[in-house]
Design a binder for this molecule. Structure first.
Ligand code: GDP
Ligand code: MG
Length: 302
């Protein structure tokens, strides 16, 4: 391709929780900027992942999945906030990639598709997790079914986890972007600070290590983030709502919290390219997830 012909713009990554949006963003960026786990609603904040290629640059807007708000759940303010963040992500983007799980199309997928059409952006469909499909012959009829009556700029079966099908997806996304010079430097991979990313790395390990046992209303606050020569000294507070939850997070003899800390630290060192000294504490604050003011002090603001 002519090196002077360069495209740049932003693309919203939309879909229901747990389809693999953040995994896709990381695969395209080539680094783990967005945390992922088997638990739905792992992503709580809007985040830019910047993917730079010789022929163009895509600023990917990763979002919490659009989902139904569940009435008076304990975390309803959090749900409202997450949906706002997902919808807000559509403002000013050049295109969107709608991520769905191969073989499935739920009401929530229709909800996401309709929201995109309403926003008037071109939509590329990424049919993710094709590596999990046992019967590969089911793929073609599925693609025909989901694209019937719905207008997509293009449709791509992919595996974000195995990184297959991504080159063609990138090519088609770039076609939807304006001809423009890069918006970000080649080494910029996200719009979030290292401090923010450090908190996310701890939250990711909490989700992965505790699974369904993790109280939904758990959040992480980075209380200390200081450079000490070559070393980064990071202090993270894990906020839970009740004493019982604190015990669950800490685990027998502190084993769980140690595991969370060790893994989070290793991911931080990988992403930041330097040694990290990480300390973690668990503290109790009652009812914060349904309290808009408390959410704001913990960084959940638009
Ligand atoms: P999000 O909520 O849409 O951002 O989903 P995540 O990116 O957090 O992924 C949810 C889960 O699906 C994680 O456990 C991922 O490892 C897994 N996952 C994502 N993409 C793929 C894929 O292509 N194949 C398989 N087998 N798993 C995937
Ligand atoms: Mg996510």
């Amino acid at each position: 391709m002519d090196p002077t012909f360069h495209r740049a713009g932003s693309v919203a990554v939309i879909g229901r929780p747990n389809v693999g949006k953040s995994t896709l963003v990381n695969a395209l960026v080539g680094a783990k900027v967005s945390i992922t786990s088997k638990r739905p609603q792992t992503t709580r904040h809007r985040l830019l992942g910047i993917a730079t290629f010789p022929q163009g640059q895509i600023a990917l807007v990763d979002t919490p999945g659009l989902h139904r708000e569940q009435g008076k759940s304990t975390a309803s303010a959090m749900h409202r906030w997450m949906n706002r963040a997902a919808r807000g992500a559509l403002e000013g983007v050049d295109a969107a990639v709608l991520v769905v799980e191969a073989g499935r199309w739920d009401d929530e997928d229709t909800l996401a598709f309709d929201a995109l059409k309403e926003a008037g952006v071109p939509v590329v469909l990424a049919v993710n997790q094709v590596d999990k499909l046992r019967d590969k012959t089911a793929l073609l009829p599925y693609l025909a079914k989901v694209s019937a009556g719905r207008e997509f700029a293009s449709v791509h079966p992919i595996s974000a986890l195995k990184r297959s099908g991504l080159e063609a997806l990138v090519d088609d996304l770039l076609k939807l972007l304006p001809q423009a010079p890069p918006m970000y430097g080649e080494d910029e991979i996200t719009d979030k600070s290292q401090r923010f990313l450090a908190g996310e790395m701890v939250r990711e390990q909490l989700m992965r290590q505790l699974g369904a046992e993790l109280p939904y209303a758990t959040t992480v606050e980075i209380e200390r983030f200081v450079e000490d020569g070559e070393l980064l000294r990071i202090g993270a507070v894990i906020w839970v709502e009740r004493d019982g939850q604190k015990a669950i997070v800490i685990g027998k003899g502190g084993s769980r919290l140690r595991e969370v800390g060790t893994l989070a630290r290793s991911h931080m060192e990988q992403l930041f390219g330097r040694k990290v000294f990480l300390e973690t504490w668990v503290r109790v604050r009652e009812g914060w997830s349904d309290d808009e003011a408390a959410l704001r002090t913990l960084g959940y603001h638009d």
